[in-house]
Design a protein around this ligand. Structure first.
Ligand code: ATP
Ligand code: MG
Length: 395
């Protein structure tokens, strides 16, 4: 008996000549993920005609493997599979039966056998395979019955050099393999949105690092711990992250002292973007990522976004730009960041927000306000960059 997992991918399939590069990248990511599985196992990951196949032996928990694979960008579906080398009728039937025996505790369901024959030299046609295996299963298991229209269970038999039998299909997160797109710097706060933005962008194959602006003593050590645990939870999907923690207190205080209060948030955000861009460029990133969404708060009106955006030369990716809050919350719950995000520790923006922040800032006005703080704040930015704390985070 050879046990394994058959993986399907979605969009890589349309990559034409370059497909193999995406497949190789996906295999690499799968190996990294499997290395974290408990037990004394041996996993062998191979590419096989538009699929990826993991041959597994030794001791491991199959559910744990499936759960881990469900967090790997690029995989659209995962099926525990039985691989059958000896494709004589007798063996094919028996092995299919053994597979059903192991996969289903209760053997009383309706089923339909579906066969796919990529190997056209194989002795029988697809309808023949379905009929014969169906008949065998009916005879072997009393509780099974055939339903060709609406079966409880589809049993797939694929003939491609060897035979692959599978029936359960677990959904993966889809997207593209990590490392196939480039690297970006995520502005990660302790809120609900930015971890979701990080997850979404990495699902497109983008590797991320992150920056967090910390303002002690206005934001507590626990607020920082919260961001660290968010980053850790997010890294279960995004892979390893370097989190740059910037002490933002002096900059924030100085803006607070020198600038009109209603402009505070927007000016602060411009400095966050400038600093994030500098760290991004120094770390090989070719874009910034935020959790902004149009209209969510004063600093996320289109006018505010425009004024914030103008200080960056790197593109700023905002995966949540058109999402409703509830849709963001749903994803946060799915990836396990929601529970962490709603812990009540202040992040640095909430303490300094004005009662009536500008919702339609004018770039010229903001630039003028910044002129007054120019030189001194540049020194503060330099210090903030020099004193950054960098933490490596991996699930
Ligand atoms: P979030 O839920 O992600 O905190 P939010 O709705 O609270 O977002 P803002 O506080 O306006 O919105 O922040 C908008 C974006 O700016 C965040 O999604 C994040 O990308 C970035 N950001 C805000 N505060 C910080 C911070 N302290 N450190 C790093 N990035 C931040
Ligand atoms: Mg926030």
């Amino acid at each position: 008996m050879v046990q394994g997992f058959l993986l399907k991918y979605a969009e890589i399939g349309v990559k034409g000549k370059n497909r193999y590069k995406f497949e190789i990248a996906l295999c690499e990511q799968i190996k990294i993920k499997l290395a974290k599985i408990d037990g004394d196992w041996d996993f062998d990951v191979t590419r096989e005609q538009g699929r990826i196949y993991i041959e597994a032996s030794g001791e491991f928990d199959s559910d744990e493997v499936i759960e881990a694979l469900q967090r790997v960008p690029g995989i659209s579906a995962i099926s525990p599979v039985e691989v059958i080398e000896d494709m004589s009728w007798k063996n094919l039937e028996r092995a299919t039966g053994d597979f059903i025996e192991r996969q289903y505790e209760e053997k009383n369901f309706s089923f339909k056998v579906k066969a796919k024959r990529s190997d056209k030299h194989y002795q029988s046609t697809s309808p023949e395979i379905c009929r014969k295996i169906g008949a065998y299963l009916l005879e072997r298991f009393d509780g099974l019955k055939v339903d060709v229209h609406n079966p409880d269970v589809y049993i797939w038999v694929e003939i491609r050099g060897r035979a692959y039998v599978y029936s359960k299909v677990y959904k993966g997160i889809g997207g593209m393999p990590l490392g196939t797109a480039g690297k970006a710097m995520l502005l990660l706060s302790g809120g609900i949105d930015s971890p979701v933005a990080g997850y979404m962008i990495s699902k497109r194959g983008v590797v991320i690092d992150a920056v967090y602006f910390h303002a002690p003593p206005y934001t507590s050590e626990r607020a920082k711990e919260k961001v660290l645990s968010l980053a850790r939870q997010m890294s279960r999907y995004t892979g390893k992250i370097h989190l740059h923690i910037i002490n933002f207190t002096d900059i924030q205080m100085y803006i607070y002292e020198k600038c009109p209060h209603e402009e505070l948030t927007i000016i602060m955000r411009r400095y966050m973007m400038r600093i994030a861009e500098e760290i991004a460029v120094n770390n090989g990133c070719i874009g910034l990522v935020t959790g902004e969404s149009i209209g969510q708060v004063a600093s996320q009106t289109m006018q505010s976004l425009m004024v914030t955006n103008e200080v960056c030369s790197l593109p700023v990716y905002r995966p949540l730009i058109a999402f409703d809050k509830q849709d963001i919350v749903n994803i946060a719950e799915k990836i396990g960041t929601f529970e962490i995000s709603i812990q009540p520790y202040e992040d640095c923006c909430t303490i300094f927000v004005a009662k009536h922040p500008v919702t339609k800032p004018v770039a010229e006005v903001i630039r003028n306000s910044e002129k007054k703080i120019g030189e001194k704040i540049d020194d503060m930015v330099k210090t903030a960059l020099e004193t950054a704390e960098i933490v490596e985070i991996d699930e």
